[in-house]
Design a protein around this ligand. Structure first.
Ligand code: SF4
Length: 441
């Protein structure tokens, strides 16, 4: 059977798609890039933004036509569009054969006619040797219930995987050629709070009922010596769960990259309260300063929503001024769109006009382009260690430790760490030339 998986949304979705692909490969199925050649098409969807849902609905329309033209294709929808009650989806899209909630692969395996009993651990990189970078979910779900967000309703409550389970997956990924792992969670610093207590024994964590539950710092220490592993990253941070222990682990562990993605969402306490983010601006700034003090060269990334319910000009200006002051390396900005099923959709009017949202979005994008450009100029004439990911249109691409995209010419291969001299920097990337590898002494 040939299958095609279409994926939108966050890295957690990308990881889920790879895991599903691994399970299908193991059952003897073959991946295809062309949905029209596939016997099974899976749409892995996202509900965080309306735009992502619209794209999935567009894909469903194309698949419906494909089927109407006589193509025998089974269609499955998985991911955050599928809630605990899917009757509405079944009514709207009666031609879909299976609906599967995030990480619940059973309905898809069933529609593919695959007996999936016992498939509890699917290394994501089963099958062909994979990319030099691997994404490993370490905690699923979210307990925070920010008023605008659908994730807790679709991905359920926070549930951590054990350190042993994660280490096995990282060892497997690295044995298949991965050099970098990104530990994933919607609130990745919440990792471990729901696991049984334990203690460090020698160089590993033991679940022995004593001490305290493990945290992200323990997890990073526990995978640090995996053979072949060169870099560790983690995504996405939740400011309140970020602790000094975790920040210290980033500072101390050589393989953990100095790169933090800490969403602020708004620079105004009134908006933060309506979003129920669970922190004030002062508390956010405290964490930001702690990171800067302990990891001075850290690259900082954040997420912002503009045009949230009731956002006034003054409130927006506070967000703008905050970004101007903190000078993030990168800002992911989105205009608010109400998501049915969320607290904001039920209780707060979506009263910022669409054109005002667009103006605010563009103002942040312009500010961000200027600041990123200025920050990136600092890399000019520097030498950067780049983990090479791929070659396209005659040049190599990869990332430095700060997570900056680097394009370069010269000798390299995917998976190698190459020293690159930077001779051009834009707001979006660095460009340069590979330096010859040093001759071993
Ligand atoms: S922390 Fe808030 S925004 Fe992030 S996934 Fe949880 S509910 Fe959504």
């Amino acid at each position: 059977m040939k299958y095609h998986i279409w994926t939108v949304g966050c890295q957690m979705n990308v990881a889920d798609s790879r895991k599903l692909a691994a399970g299908l490969d193991r059952a003897g199925c073959v991946a295809t890039d062309a949905p029209e050649d596939a016997d099974l098409v899976v749409l892995n969807t996202c509900s965080v933004r309306e735009h992502a849902e619209d794209r999935a609905i567009g894909q469903l329309g194309r698949l419906k036509k494909l089927r109407a033209r006589g193509k025998d294709v089974r269609i499955a929808v998985m991911g955050c569009m599928v809630g605990p009650r899917d009757e509405d989806l079944r009514r709207r899209f009666p031609y879909v054969d299976a609906f599967a909630r995030p990480q619940d692969f059973a309905p898809i395996m069933e529609v593919a006619g695959i007996d999936d009993t016992g498939g509890e651990f699917w290394p994501a990189t089963f099958g062909e040797p994979d990319a030099p970078t691997a994404f490993v979910p370490v905690i699923h779900g979210c307990d925070k219930f920010c008023t605008y967000c659908i994730v807790p309703y679709r991905r359920g409550r926070e549930k951590s995987r054990t350190i042993d389970d994660i280490r096995r997956e990282v060892e497997h990924d690295c044995a298949r050629g991965a050099r970098e792992v990104t530990l994933l969670g919607q609130t990745v610093e919440a990792y471990g709070h729901d696991l049984p207590p334990g203690t460090w024994v020698g160089s590993g964590w033991r679940e022995d009922g004593g001490g305290r539950p493990p945290d992200l710092a323990d997890l990073m220490r526990a995978i640090h010596d995996v053979p072949g592993l060169e870099r560790i990253r983690f995504l996405t941070s939740y400011p309140k769960d970020m602790t000094a222990r975790i920040i210290d682990a980033v500072a101390e562990l050589p393989k953990v990259c100095e790169h933090f993605n800490i969403p602020v969402q708004a620079g105004d306490d009134g908006v933060l309260a309506r979003m129920r983010r669970g922190y004030t601006l002062a508390e956010y700034l405290e964490k930001f300063e702690l990171v800067k003090a302990r990891v001075p060269n850290a690259a900082m990334v954040t997420d912002v929503i503009v045009g949230f319910c009731g956002e006034t000009d003054a409130e927006f200006r506070h967000t703008y001024e905050l970004l101007e002051r903190l000078r993030f390396d990168k800002v992911h900005v989105a205009a608010y769109s109400p998501r049915p099923g969320t607290i904001a959709h039920r209780t707060l009017p979506d009263d910022v006009p669409a054109e005002v949202k667009q103006e605010r979005l563009q103002a942040i994008e312009r500010l961000e382009a200027r600041i990123s450009f200025e920050i990136n100029q600092r890399f000019l004439d520097s030498e950067q260690d780049v983990l090479v990911e791929h070659r396209r249109e005659g040049r190599w691409s990869g990332r430095n430790r700060a997570g900056k995209l680097v394009h370069f010419e010269g000798d390299a291969e995917a998976g190698a760490i190459v020293r690159v001299r930077i001779d051009r920097a834009t707001a979006w990337s660095l460009q340069g030339t590979a330096l010859p590898a040093p001759v071993p002494a």
